[in-house]
Write a protein that binds this ligand. Sequence first.
Ligand SMILES: [Zn+2]
Length: 201
Amino acid sequence: MINRRDCRRGSDKKAVLRVIIGQLANHLTAAVLAVVAFYLSLITTSLPPAPQDRPKIDAAIAVLEQKGFDQEAFLLKRTVTYRSTDHWLNSLIRDENAYASTNFPFQIITLYSDFYTKTVDDTERAMVLLHEARHLMGENENEAYAYVWRNRHKLGWTIATHGTTPSYISIEQITRDMAPEVFNCPGRLWMDCTEKPKTGE
Ligand SMILES: [Zn+2]
C-alpha cells in the first residue's frame, strides 16, 4: 500500500533527480563547448599544409596501408587535422623532434619542413607518421619510438634500405636514448633486440 506521504516523498525525489540531471547536462554542455572552443583556437592559430605538400602526406599514409598498419593508417586518414605551423599551444610546450608534433586527444598533427625535406622518400615519411599515429593512440615518446623501431622491418625502413640516410641515423640515436630497453640484448648485433643473433661467437 502506498500512502500519501510516500507519494509526496516519491515526487520530491523525482524533483531532486530532475535538478541533478539538469545540472549535469549543463556542466556537460559547458565542458563540450570548452573543448570545442579550445580545439578551434588551435586550428585558427595555425596554417594547413600547402596544397603541394598534401600528396606527400597521402603517399606516406598509403605506404602504411600497403605494409599492413591498418589501424594507424585509418587514424591518420580519417581522424587527423594536419597543420604546417605551430598553433599557440605548440609554441608553448613543443619538445618534439623536428619532423612532426601531435596533440592528443585533439588529433592534430603539425608537420614541419624536415618531414618534407630531410626525409628521402615516402617510406621514410611513413616512418614519421607511424610514430605520430602511436601518439594518436595515447602512447608516450618511449612507446612510440620503441614501436617504430620494432616494426621497421615490417615497414621496409631498415639499415639495408635506409641505413645511411640522415633520418635513419638520427632516429636510431634518439630511439636508443628514448627506448633503451630495445637496445639491451647482448646476443644481438649492436645490442639491438630487433636484429638477428650475433654469429661466430
Ligand atoms: Zn613523439
